[in-house]
Design a protein around this ligand. Sequence first.
Ligand code: 5GP
Ligand code: ZN
Length: 135
Amino acid sequence: MDCLFCKIAAHEVESDIIYEDDKVIAFLDINPVNHGHTLVVPKKHSEQLLELPDELAEPVIATIKKIMRALMNLPDVEGVNVMQNNYEAAGQVVPHVHFHVIPRKKGDGHRHWPGIGYAEGEAALMTMKLKDGIK
Ligand code: 5GP
Ligand code: ZN
């Protein structure tokens, strides 16, 4: 399969690997938001989070926590964002599920996304629609 992150997981494409085991690999993002920005990737190919087998969720989250601990041990790291993009519309560029683990510090210049609020009744309507969608 012609998938960049499958190739990185197979060591066919070079990366700065921080951690790996039989199920998960973690390596530096080539274009970091802040230095230390790490990608945590299940080695088995699935495109989006919906396709990730539940049994891989635990090792993936455990790896995210390992990276987060290592980042928080750095003297200039005060917080960590864990981000995950699904589908092009949400900013996914590499179609192999991955989690961004991004070190943050106060005043680093990165903003949270803006909130748009709810008009009267809109939150109740949305709650109903989403509850209907829970299977
Ligand atoms: P996405 O937008 O799909 O959530 O994130 C893809 C990420 O992969 C981007 O942050 C990008 O910098 C990173 N990336 C793209 N190509 C490479 C590569 O060849 N090596 C590494 N280490 N990261 C990459
Ligand atoms: Zn893949």
